[in-house]
Ligand binder design. Structure first.
Ligand SMILES: Nc1nc2c(ncn2[C@@H]2O[C@H](COP(=O)(O)OP(=O)(O)OP(=O)(O)O)[C@@H](O)[C@H]2O)c(=O)[nH]1
Ligand SMILES: [Mg+2]
Ligand SMILES: [Zn+2]
Length: 314
C-alpha cells in the first residue's frame, strides 16, 4: 500500500502523486463514502489517499485520509448535489474581474460565505487591472474596499503585464491554494504567469464562448517551482450553498458576526426585527448594502440572482 495526493480527477480516473513524486493513474475500488455528505465526487483533488498498484502503470484507491477541510458547492441548476471543489487546502483565492467577464457581488459573497463556513482563509485577486480605465479603476477600488473593510485581503494584479505577481508568489509559496472564479477571469493565465514552469491551457473569452465550454475542464493541482501547490479549477457560473441553517448565514459575514450580539432579540435574523444592530449598521453605512443584499438573497434562497444580466457597477 502507498500514500499519495489526488492531483486530478477526470470522472472515473484519478491522478495520484505518490510520496516519491511519481504520478499514478488510479481508479476507486468499491464504494468510498464520507458520512453525511452526499456528493457527486467521492474523492476530490487534494485528498490524501491510500492506493495499491494494480499493474505496472495503474493503481486502485482503497481509502481516503480524514480531510483537514474541503470546499464544496452545490450544482446550481443540475442535480443540486454537492460537488467538492478541493480538499485539504490552505487558502482559497477568488479571481474577480468587473468586466470581461463581469463578476457580481452576490457571487463573491457566496464564495466568501462558503470559505468562512469551512474556515478557509480567502483572498480576493482583482485580475486584469490593465484593462480598466481610470474611472473603472475607481469603481473597482470602491468594490474592493468593501471587502478590505471586512478584513479580506485584496490584491490588484495583471497576469498580462506582471503587475502584482511578486505578491501573489509570496502568497502562494509553500501553501496549497485553490484558484476559483468565473470562466475567463484568468485563473490558468495567472498560474502560468507566477510560475513559468506551468503550461496550462488558456483561451480568449470569445474562443471559449464559441466552444461553449470552459477552457479548464477539470480541477487539477500543480506543484509550484517555488514550493506549494495551486489548484486550477474550471470556471464556475453560480455558487450554491450546501447544508446551511438559515440562522448560521449571518455568522458567515464577519462584519455581521461582530455586531449580532447587539441585536435586541437573541434569535434575530436581521430581516425585519426591531432594534437590529445589523440593520442599523447597514443604514448608517458601517455594513455595505451589497453585502446585506447578498445576505438577504442567501437567506431567502434566491439563487437565480447569481447570473442576472444587468451590470450593477454601471
Ligand atoms: N488583459 C488581460 N487579459 C488577461 C489577463 N489574465 C488573463 N487574461 C486573458 O483572459 C482570457 C482567459 O484566461 P484563462 O486563464 O483561460 O481564464 P480561466 O479563468 O482559466 O478560464 P476557465 O479555464 O474557462 O475557467 C485569456 O485570453 C487570457 O489571455 C490579464 O491580467 N489582463
Ligand atoms: Mg482555466
Ligand atoms: Zn439583528
Amino acid at each position: 500500500m502507498e500514500m499519495g495526493v489526488v492531483m486530478k480527477s477526470t470522472g472515473s480516473w484519478y491522478d495520484v502523486r505518490s510520496q516519491d513524486g511519481k504520478t499514478v493513474k488510479c481508479k476507486i475500488r468499491g464504494k468510498i463514502r464520507l458520512k453525511g455528505l452526499r456528493t457527486t465526487n467521492p474523492v476530490a483533488v487534494g485528498d490524501k489517499v491510500r492506493f495499491e498498484m494494480q499493474d505496472e502503470e495503474t493503481g486502485v484507491i482503497t481509502g481516503i485520509e480524514p480531510r483537514m477541510n474541503y470546499i464544496v458547492r452545490r450544482s446550481v441548476n443540475l442535480s443540486r448535489a454537492a460537488h467538492i471543489l478541493a480538499a485539504n487546502i490552505d487558502q482559497a483565492l477568488l479571481l474577480v474581474t468587473l468586466k470581461e467577464p463581469l463578476t457580481l457581488p452576490a457571487f463573491v459573497d457566496r464564495f466568501l460565505v462558503t470559505a468562512e463556513a469551512y474556515h478557509i482563509p480567502a483572498v480576493l485577486i482583482f485580475n486584469k487591472i490593465d484593462i480598466y480605465s481610470e474611472a473603472e479603476l475607481d469603481t473597482l477600488r470602491g468594490f474592493a474596499s468593501v471587502y478590505w473593510d471586512v478584513g479580506y485581503r485584496c490584491l490588484e494584479v495583471s497576469a498580462e503585464t506582471g503587475e502584482g505577481l511578486e505578491t501573489v508568489r509570496k502568497l502562494l509559496a509553500n501553501k496549497v491554494s485553490l484558484l476559483s472564479g468565473h470562466s475567463g477571469v484568468g485563473k490558468s493565465t495567472l498560474a502560468n504567469a507566477v510560475d513559468s514552469g506551468l503550461k496550462l491551457r488558456t483561451a480568449a473569452l470569445s474562443e471559449s464562448f464559441r466552444m461553449g465550454q470552459h477552457t479548464t475542464t477539470f480541477a487539477e493541482m500543480h506543484p509550484l517551482s517555488f514550493g506549494g501547490y495551486v489548484i486550477d479549477t474550471p470556471g464556475i457560473k453560480g455558487f450554491g450553498l450546501v447544508d446551511f441553517e438559515k440562522t448560521e448565514i449571518a455568522e458567515r459575514f464577519p462584519e455581521m458576526r461582530a455586531l449580532m450580539s447587539g441585536c435586541k432579540f437573541h434569535n434575530c435574523v436581521h430581516v425585519d426585527e426591531p432594534q437590529c444592530a445589523v440593520k442599523e449598521a447597514v443604514e448608517d453605512g458601517r455594513i455595505a448594502w451589497t453585502r446585506y443584499d447578498s445576505y438577504l438573497k442567501l437567506y431567502f434562497n434566491n439563487e437565480a440572482e447569481d447570473t442576472y444580466r444587468q451590470n450593477p457597477y454601471s
